[in-house]
Design a protein around this ligand. Structure first.
Ligand code: NAD
Ligand code: ZN
Length: 360
């Protein structure tokens, strides 16, 4: 048995208003005045001076606004890298991602591709990155994915949706300022928050579970119940706690794995572009068979917050389309092994997945 030696985020700052310290944090990392900091910022903040006026721009530093309407693509990473190389003669001092999982993943991937040759798609997989990335900082503005703490950056490529999993992927610095999440729309708050809840269920119910993952997973699970179901939390307390739940949920899957909802949601996302948070909710809603207790709680939370999930996503799909989703879902072997055990291939058939997708 060989155990995984897991890299972690090197530095983290937590607190409401801690975003104000961004300038002090990055200044010592400036290589020289020609080597800029590049800020990748969710374009939902364009024109929002409450946030953007606090981004410390000097010398050749640059803000690039990016839409989070679609999940990150390998081609998008390649284009950003090319743009940065063309715009600046010197290699940047650092990449700073400010946004949700979409922007955080782009920031991680761009920082890797600035020091590693080739295209982003060449690095989708496990431990294919050979050279350390440039300094990269993550500033989450919505809580739940755990992308701020994880060792992966999930990208859709020409033939697969798969992360760049590597020791160089985790951020060098994370700024956890729960105040930045104050304007997240309610539905999105629920979908991305449920990503965290589903991470907990899939980790805690999985065969890969160990004391390391369990200790983080149980904490995140309890926080989710407090936030979404039982607690009567004040808004600020709820924001603070969800940010920590996301962190713990991410830590929990770091040393175990996700499961059925994630595998099937990757299929939906690959074929239909369904986003991660809402896609996980649509799938998880149908998974009583695998996660009876978790799905029961999920339905209660959905009800409590009057969330209506889209229905009939798959009703007009043809055989080829179902087969594509099934192929993508089944290719995520570690997720199935974690969810069902080593004998998963005997239990998880194409027919079974098709029947589940047909309900969505
Ligand atoms: P997101 O980044 O896609 O953002 C969702 C929506 O919320 C967007 O419309 C965005 O503009 C908006 N938004 C974000 N912050 C806001 C704010 N403060 N105020 C108002 N609106 C705001 O959402 P997400 O759920 O955080 O991320 C999903 C992505 O994360 C997917 O691409 C998924 O693959 C990835 N992911 C990565 C990991 C990982 O470990 N790397 C884990 C899970 C998910
Ligand atoms: Zn997830």
């Amino acid at each position: 048995m060989s155990y995984k030696n897991h890299p972690m985020v090197s530095r983290v700052i937590f607190g409401r208003g801690s975003f104000n310290q961004l300038s002090d944090i990055v200044a010592p990392k400036r290589l020289n005045i020609k080597a800029p900091f590049i800020y990748l910022v969710d374009d939902v903040f364009k024109g929002n001076s409450w946030l953007t006026s606090r981004i410390p721009i000097s010398y050749n530093d640059q803000i690039i606004y990016i839409s989070a309407d679609e999940e990150p693509k390998t081609s998008q990473v390649d284009e950003l890298v090319e743009q940065i190389i063309l715009d600046h003669k010197d290699r940047p001092s650092g990449i700073i991602g400010i946004g949700g999982g979409t922007i955080l993943d782009l920031a991680k991937a761009v920082s890797i591709l600035l020091t590693n040759e080739g295209e982003a798609k060449d690095y989708q997989g496990w431990d294919l990155v050979k050279t350390p990335a440039i300094y990269h900082v993550g500033v989450p503005t919505i809580s739940g994915t755990g992308a701020e703490v994880s060792r992966t950056t999930v990208l859709t490529g020409p033939d697969k949706k798969l992360g760049i999993n590597s020791d160089y992927t985790p951020f060098d610095q994370v700024i956890l300022d729960p105040e930045l999440t104050k304007d997240v729309p309610k539905d999105q708050w629920f979908y991305t928050g449920m990503d965290c809840f589903i991470h907990c269920i899939e980790s805690l119910e999985g065969t890969y579970l160990n004391a390391f993952s369990q200790s983080y997973g149980e904490k995140a699970f309890d926080l989710c119940l407090e936030i979404f179901l039982n607690g009567n939390l004040e808004e600020k307390e709820s924001q603070d706690k969800l940010m920590m739940a996301s962190w713990h949920g991410g830590m929990s899957i770091a040393y175990s794995q996700v499961g059925v909802a994630h595998a099937m949601s990757y299929g939906l996302s690959y074929l239909l572009g369904t986003k991660h948070g809402i896609g996980n909710c649509i799938v998880f809603d149908q998974l009583e068979e695998f996660y009876p207790e978790g799905v029961k709680l999920f339905k209660q939370m959905k009800e409590k917050h009057s969330i209506e999930l889209p229905q009939g996503l798959c009703k007009d799909l043809g055989d080829d389309e179902f087969n594509t989703m099934i192929r993508v879902a089944l290719s995520l072997e570690p997720l199935w092994e974690n969810a069902v055990g080593k004998q998963w291939k005997q239990i998880i058939t194409k027919e079974k997945l098709r029947a589940l997708y047909q309900k969505m």
